[in-house]
Design a protein around this ligand. Structure first.
Ligand code: WTA
Length: 667
């Protein structure tokens, strides 16, 4: 068992907060919010508990089923749980057709804004037409039910369109974050045995046109299958790209299939809706499998209950669709509920640091959902930017992806929410599909820094190494002791690893008792509020992005001259955690600026700029235990500037001071 990595509440930008807010530890949901909330009856917790697992029908009822399910939960082959078995449905029908049929044809489904300021609005009618046209095109290219289609695209409307087109014909999608490298694309396509890729020519970042197609082409050279590629022309004349023999122009395909009518394929509730690769303890990314019925019901339910989404809202989750947050809470949850979901292509500080607030004001956004790392940047930039705008349309705020420090929470509450919006601090993971631990915004009081109680129907606990529940205030490990509809079903084509990664630690297979282990450390207070401390495995969380230290290490040891590398997360003022790398060179190699640059470039090439090391430290040795294990804990302490823990078990204690001196001197 790995030690709990306690990250304390340090590293917050120095920001003025009034003493009044500084001292407050709890906040009540505002009356104006409670009055209009989707879920405001506190009995919901009891109802779910008493009727579990049938309580989940309440989530399934938010969807339209082609065929009613027979069983809510099938647990005969645990932990390979099945939900809503016998049921059939189509996700694109649920996100599009049924709203059009109910008269919402002209309601905006997606409001998109490009970085340079251009806007596009797709009504539910428009979106359905384009999804059908592209679904027809995909079929013509040969895509069949259950073929995995890889989508490697930035935040442009064609990404959710392609996702829904895949869902319509029963082809699972595998979205690869556009910021990931060519190599990362190739690894994921090979792992999923994918023969289809939808990508684009490029996109804007801080006003510059980035060439994305080049990266995709480079990735394709590492893919074993012959791949059919579709390329969206995002940049027009700004960037001319070459369409090879196996590539098709998205615009032409859609024009050729305009007006096509494509029947949504009835999918079994347990059929795969999508794959999403995420980082784990080993270097190999994990293909998390989500299914149609349980996932869609769960994202719709949590969007309804936690994000309080209503069809007439303009709702904005400022994540990237390349991560699970964007899948669940930009695309599937909000569209299943028929609301207007916003998408923004670019960075929050372009052309100015008030870009997001300007977007909220112009679009009269009701709900805003973002990551703590973004909030810490806003704090650093100062209150003058939100103050330039009328943010009174906001009703609810949310955060996700990493722990939020109370100071950032309070800043968000005051300067963005005007002290009138509840904040939901939502703990969940790629694997959980949707939110698991958070306050219900109209029911629970909020405690800044603590995500809150587990949602109704979710049996999350904080336990010690032996699996026993711990007392309030002590640090332990988070577990989930009952299944839930949005859970991953397995790791793609790797049931064994699925068990090893998530179910080995705390389950008792002989007694058929299965406990899910998310690999997070946590504490719980006397009211049952959970504070999540961070990962206890070799995963780090940089700006809310999940990265595997092993993946980064293997990129670094690929650089000629590098003998060994250790990568850890160290506290970072804005990013939460940053990548710190400790490198041992081979005898004939010398530490140099050039070497440092090659190491950084290797990480960017293998994974992407998000994994870019904050610091590269050359060291003659790494702190190791007598049995030869690298003491990561110490390296983390050094990176975070924390007091160093016990070094007495080390084989080479002197190296610790040597490395720490280097860090202090900024070398
Ligand atoms: C962390 C993102 C504290 C946690 C949805 C988890 C959080 C990992 C919170 C999953 C939160 C997510 N408070 N920590 N509200 N939300 N995390 O798979 O360590 O990209 O295990 O899913 O992010 O990251 P993932």
């Amino acid at each position: 068992m790995v030690a709990v990595f306690m990250s304390d509440d340090t590293g917050e930008p120095e920001v003025e907060l009034e003493a009044r807010l500084e001292e407050r530890e709890t906040f009540e949901p505002p009356e104006s919010f409670v009055e209009q909330a989707n879920v405001s009856d506190p009995d919901v917790y009891e109802e779910f508990e008493e009727n579990w697992p049938d309580c989940w029908e309440r989530a399934a009822d938010l969807l339209s089923w082609d065929e009613a399910y027979d069983t809510v939960l099938e647990d005969g082959d645990a932990p390979f749980y099945e939900w809503f078995t016998g049921g059939e449905l189509n996700a694109s029908y649920n996100c599009l057709d049924r709203h059009v049929e109910e008269g919402a044809k002209n309601r905006a489904a997606i409001k998109w804004e490009g970085e340079l300021g251009e806007t596009r609005t797709y009504t539910y009618g428009d979106l359905l037409n384009e999804v059908e046209a592209f679904a027809a095109a995909l079929r013509d290219l040969g895509v069949e039910e259950d073929d995995v289609v890889t989508l490697y695209m930035p935040m442009i409307p064609e990404l959710p369109i392609a996702m829904l087109a895949c869902a319509r014909i029963g082809a699972p999608h595998s979205v690869v974050f556009a910021g990931f490298s060519a190599d990362a694309l190739a690894t994921r396509m090979n792992s999923a045995d994918s023969e289809y890729l939808v990508t684009c020519d490029g996109y804007y970042r801080r006003g510059d046109a980035l060439n994305h197609k080049e990266k995709a082409d480079k990735g394709l050279r590492g893919v074993e299958n012959d791949v059919q590629t579709v390329v969206v022309d995002r940049l027009g004349d700004e960037l001319t790209h070459f369409l090879g023999a196996d590539a098709h122009d998205y615009g032409e395909l859609v024009a050729d299939h305009e007006g096509a009518s494509v029947e949504p394929v009835s999918r079994d509730a347990e059929d795969m809706l999508f794959l999403m690769y995420t980082s784990g303890t080993t270097g190999e990314p994990k293909g998390v499998k989500h299914t149609t019925g349980g996932y869609l019901a769960y994202t719709a339910w949590t969007s309804h209950a936690v994000l309080d989404v209503k069809p007439e809202d303009t709702y904005w989750c400022a994540a990237d669709i390349g991560w699970i947050t964007g899948h669940s809470y930009i695309v599937y949850g909000p569209l299943a509920l028929g609301t207007t979901t916003m998408m923004y292509e670019g960075t929050p500080d372009y052309p100015e640091k008030d870009r997001l607030w300007d977007l909220i004001e112009r679009n009269r956004v009701d709900t805003f959902y973002t990551a703590p790392t973004a909030i810490r940047s806003f704090m650093k930039w100062g209150t003058e930017y939100p103050e330039r705008h009328d943010l009174s349309s906001l009703r609810l705020l949310g955060t996700v992806g990493e722990p939020i420090n109370p100071r950032a929470w309070k800043w968000y509450y005051k300067h963005i929410g005007g002290e009138e919006c509840p904040i939901v601090d939502t703990w969940w993971q790629t694997e959980t599909g949707g939110m698991m631990i958070t306050t219900l915004p109209a029911i629970n009081e909020m405690k800044p820094g603590s995500a809150g109680p587990p949602l109704p129907g979710i049996d999350a606990r904080v336990v010690d190494a032996a699996g026993e529940e711990i007392s309030a205030g002590e640090a332990g490990y988070l577990t989930v002791n009952d299944p839930w509809p949005g859970m991953l079903r397995t790791l793609y084509r790797n049931d064994e690893r699925f068990i090893e990664e998530y179910w080995q630690e705390y389950s008792d297979p002989d007694a058929d008792e299965w406990v899910y282990f998310p690999e997070d450390g946590a504490t719980v207070d006397e009211d049952g509020y959970v504070t999540v401390l961070g990962r206890v495995d070799d995963v780090i969380n940089v700006s809310g992005h999940r990265l595997g230290t092993m993946e980064i290490e293997s990129a670094i040891v690929g650089v000629p001259g590098v003998a060994e590398a250790a990568v850890v997360g160290g506290d970072h003022e804005i990013k939460g955690e940053a990548v710190y790398t400790y490198v041992i060179l081979e005898d004939d190699a010398e530490p140099s600026e050039d070497m440092r640059e090659r190491i950084v470039a290797a990480v960017e090439d293998d994974i992407g700029p998000i994994a870019r090391p904050e610091e590269v430290l050359f060291t003659p040795e790494l702190p190791k235990t007598r049995s030869g294990k690298i003491m990561r804990r110490l390296l983390e302490d050094i990176a975070s500037g924390d007091e160093l823990g016990d070094t007495s078990t080390l084989r080479n204690p002197e190296i610790v001071d040597e490395i720490a001196d280097q860090v202090d001197s900024g070398a």
